[in-house]
Every structure is written in structure tokens, then in C-alpha cells.
Design a protein around this ligand. Sequence first.
Ligand code: TYM
Length: 331
Amino acid sequence: MQKEVVLSGIRPTGFLHLGNYFGAMRNYVRMQNEYNCYFFVADWHSLTTHPDTKELQNSVHRVLAENIACGLDPEKVSLYVQSDVPEIAELYLYINMLAYKGELEKVPTFKDKVRLQPENVNAGLLTYPVLMAADILIHRAVKVPVGKDQEQHLEMARNFAERFNHRYGEVFPQPKAFNFSHDLVKIMSLDGNGKMSKSENQMATIYLSDDDELIRKKIMKAKTDSGPTEDNSQKPDYIENIFTLMSLVSEEDTLKKFEEDYNKCSIRYGDMKKQLAEDMAKFVAPIREKATAIQNDKTYLKKVMSKGAAKARESASATIKIVRESMGIKY
Ligand code: TYM
């Protein structure tokens, strides 16, 4: 039986953090044995917000190295850089003709970015979801492991696929966001303000490159409060986030103890954060060390990129051939 096709990407706009790991990369690693996987660095996407390319090469290398350090095996998956696969740009062009200005202007991530960078509302920013759809559809992927923040983009990719199929014939399957548990993951920022992200409050974001001391410092500063006053009360979202992080890196018994303390109103957040800091430092250290070693091995990275691109282009050019034929672009 043919393996299902999986695709996902990460923008090289800064160091990767726990949100990227638990929302996306952890799933990549778990999927690599069972599926036909394509994972890539979305360098074209990063140009919509980061037009200065001085740091780009370094960031692309870092993202590749961090993916491999987290357990991705470039022999099992295609690990490539978006700009090495020009077929994506061709498909992006075709899908642009099926995407409406009105629907693109309504996308919440577009509106957020207009607010964040009013001086640079470029067309690439508006058509960001179109490029993302092209990334996915170019391999006719069906499962897309992403965090919760990408849900709406996936819905748009499904709409564009359906519109294409309706107009030109069945070419694309419907891609779905994927996570091993029921819900997509959202790791919040440690200051309780929105999601953990690459470029906002850096002291509230734990990067896979942070050293032990910095991790301890950040976790001890995480937002808490004076604790619950009623047994079994609901947790505010910033407290829930600390429990989520603990569930991801600590022993089950440790988490259980703090859950019980919380439910009995006897929780001491200082103790909980100290424990979490130790467990987090232990979790991040091997990834950090491995990533740095890989990042410094430029010959190896070049090999990974060229092998990944060759595999991705094979699949992408097969899709473009079918797309052109179904569109009548065959003279
Ligand atoms: P990016 O680079 O912002 O994030 C990469 C992956 O990490 C997930 N993620 C999170 N998950 C949980 N909690 C968080 N705080 C958190 N922050 C980030 C994201 O959901 C994502 O899975 N548009 C994409 C890149 C992209 C892409 C694609 C993804 C381009 N083309 C095609 C999938 C398929 C992005 O900006 O991800």
C-alpha cells in the first residue's frame, strides 16, 4: 500500500522554541517512519516579514540543524529548502488566480501582520496562505502536522484545492491539520500574553538554543498568581500552560503531585517552577548541543539540502505535470 503523504514547514525567522517543538517537530519525528514525509524550511515565507536577508543563510542552517537534532532523519524524509523547489512558485501562481482579495484580507494572521508592520503591507503578506497552500498541494499531501495557530491556513488550503478541482478536474486531495492527540497544540508565552513566538518577548520564550541558566531564569519568571482559593477550581490559561509544559518534559508522578496540590489549594508555584526548570533544562540540553554540532558541519548540511531538494522536486514536478495537463497548459 502507498504511504500517505505528509508535509510541513517552518519559517527561518529566528531560533526555534518550545512551541515549534511541541506544536510541530515532535510530530514530524513520530511520523517519519509511517508516512512519506516532506519537511521544509519556508525561506520565501520569511521574506514577507523579514526582507533583510543578512541572517537568512545562518537561520536556514539553524532550522535544518534543529530539525535533525530533534530526531528527524534526512535519510527517511525529504528535508529541503522551499526556494530549492521552483515548482512551488509555479503552483503558487496558478492558485493566486483562484484566490480572492476579499477572502485574503479577512485572514486573522494577515490582519495581525498589518497591525505589526503597517509600513510594509506587501502583496506577499496578503497571499501568504496561497503560498502555503502551494507548499502543501505540490506534494498532494493529506496530513499536515502543525500547531493550532495554522488551523485557518489549512482551511484555506482545502478551499483552494476544492476550487481547483471544481474548475479543472480532481487533482488535489483535501489536506488536514494533524496532531497525534485530538487537539492541535498551542504553547503560550510564559508571560501569559498570547502564543510563544520566535520574535515577541524573548524572555517569555524558551528557545531550543537556550542554556540551562537562561532556561531556569525564564521559567522562574513565568507568570503565576497567589494560587487557587477553592478546591478543584479551573486553571487560568497561564497556569494551565505551566502544567502543559510539565506534562511534556517531566515524569508523570511529578505532574500528578502538582495537579493534586493545585486541586487541594496547597500548590507552591515556586517549587513547581523549580522542578519544571530542572526538567526543561535536561530536555533542551541534548537538542541544543547536537544542533550546534550539526550547524557547524556545512558539508553535511549541503548534502542534506541537495538530497532533500532532489526528492522534493521529483514529487513536485510530477504534480506540476498533472496540473498543467488538467488546466490545458499543453501546447
Ligand atoms: P512557523 O514557522 O511560525 O511555526 C512552525 C510550526 O510551529 C508551530 N508553532 C506552535 N505550535 C504550538 N504553540 C506555539 N506557540 C507555536 N508557535 C509555532 C506552528 O503551528 C508550525 O506548525 N506558515 C507556517 C510555515 C509554513 C507551513 C507551510 C506549515 C509555510 N508553509 C505549509 C505547514 C505547511 C509558519 O509560519 O510556521
